[in-house]
Design a binder for this molecule. Structure first.
Ligand code: G3I
Length: 373
């Protein structure tokens, strides 16, 4: 057989498969409406499990590091930066032609004490904290300038009741720490998009406070492109109405919306939110699906996923990205939060890296929606 004929046969067999795979991915189905992303861990980026790396490359067109860009990991001590893992994440995204976003620059949690405390164990002055923020943001945003599309500049600055969280940033600098963070990030990379990110954004008082922050930042001349709604959800909360109301409020404030950390816990919850300082004791009763999820519960979860996804599609004029917080059930943080050692099933691929049945329905649903961009 001639070499040309062999190539032709290979092309006929392989090409349609490649095309079908791409056409049937969530990223393909949502194209033109919003980016479809996933949070990645280092095992996936390092290719420890090839199947997982392949899924991330094929199903998603955007990635974010689940942990390695957080202040404590990337900047553990003053003037000491650990770039290795985050560099790999960015290179992995570039290799797969994915949009890479950065999480997160200023967060009260997962941050070195040196930020706030001087050599004598006393709180640093407002000027010193502002300077730490400037150095931190300039170094990190500068390091990835032109390669990271946008940053979660400030993460979780509000309580659910809409008051400012009493963090060290707030105690030392007052609410202006948020404005400074956005200013420094813009100075470090004028082309980067800048986001405010939080959980339970749909809680009315919190949504109101965040919309107010957006207006204040804009009035102060700061760039803010989007509000990130983490969207760590339970089976019954938040309600679709609460989400819609908040989408409308944020849209009116003049920002885009990102669904930044989407997952839906199938387990009973002693609590709602993502405040990682909250933890509760384990009991078998609170971990009911160790062996399997009953069909009726699985159906309920599927409907919940489709309801939420339908809302994101309905608002695709303002929703620019939907990112799932974890590739598969095994790697989800929810197996250890808010109770350590449970077995949750909160994301789109199962423990064998198989897409759940709802994925096909999501793809069909997305294809039927028109882009409103
Ligand atoms: O990698 C170490 C491992 O070496 C060590 O043996 C083990 C023992 O505890 O810890 C491992 O690190 C853990 C890390 O996740 C990786 O699994 C940390 O303890 C643990 O605190 C860390 O949790 C992360 C959490 O943020 C705190 O940073 C979760 O993976 C991550 O999903 C979660 O993500 C946050 C978002 O950044 C912000 N919004 C809420 C969301 C959920 O809490």
């Amino acid at each position: 057989m001639k070499i040309k004929t062999i190539f032709a046969i290979i092309a006929i067999i392989i090409l349609p498969n490649i095309l079908t795979m791409a056409q049937n991915s969530l990223a393909e189905a949502t194209k033109g409406k919003f980016l479809f992303g996933v949070a990645v861990n280092m095992q996936q980026v390092n290719g420890v499990n090839a199947k997982e790396s392949e899924l991330i490359a094929n199903e998603f067109n955007s990635i974010v590091a689940e942990n390695c860009m957080k202040p404590q990991l990337i900047h553990p001590q003053e003037n000491k930066y650990k770039w290795a893992d985050a560099d790999k994440v960015v290179a992995f995204g570039e290799k797969n032609k994915q949009v890479v976003t950065g999480h997160c620059l200023i967060w009260h949690s997962q941050i070195g004490k040196w930020f706030f405390v001087d050599d004598n164990g006393k709180d640093v002055t407002p000027e010193a904290l502002k300077e730490h923020m400037r150095q931190h943001i300039y170094a990190i945003v500068g390091h990835y300038k032109g390669r990271v599309k946008g940053w979660d500049v400030v993460n979780e600055a509000f309580e659910d009741n809409g008051t400012y969280r009493n963090s060290k940033f707030y105690q030392i600098l007052g609410k202006d720490f948020i404005k400074y963070a956005f200013q420094f990030a813009h100075e470090a990379d004028p082309n980067a998009e800048l986001y405010y990110n939080d959980y339970n954004v749909e809680t009315p008082a919190k949504c109101e406070a965040i919309a107010g922050l957006v207006k204040e930042l804009k009035a102060a001349g700061c760039r803010i492109d989007a509000v990130g709604s983490q969207a760590h959800m339970q089976m019954d909360s938040p309600t679709p109405d609460a989400i819609e109301n908040c989408f409308k409020k944020l849209k009116a404030a003049g920002v885009k919306i990102l669904i930044t950390e989407w997952d839906i816990s199938i387990l009973p919850s002693p609590y709602s939110g993502a405040n990682i300082s909250n933890n509760f004791a384990y009991s078998r009763e609170m971990d009911p699906y160790r062996e399997a999820v009953p069909d009726s519960i699985q159906q309920k979860w599927n409907i919940r996923v489709l309801d939420m996804f339908g809302l994101f599609l309905k608002y695709n004029d303002v929703v620019d990205r939907v990112t799932v917080w974890g590739l598969n059930d095994a790697s989800s943080w929810l197996n250890n939060f808010p109770i350590l050692g449970r077995k949750d099933y909160p994301v789109l691929f199962d423990r064998n890296n198989q897409p759940k049945s709802v994925v096909d329905e999501m793809i069909k649903m997305a294809k039927n929606y028109k882009s409103q961009k």
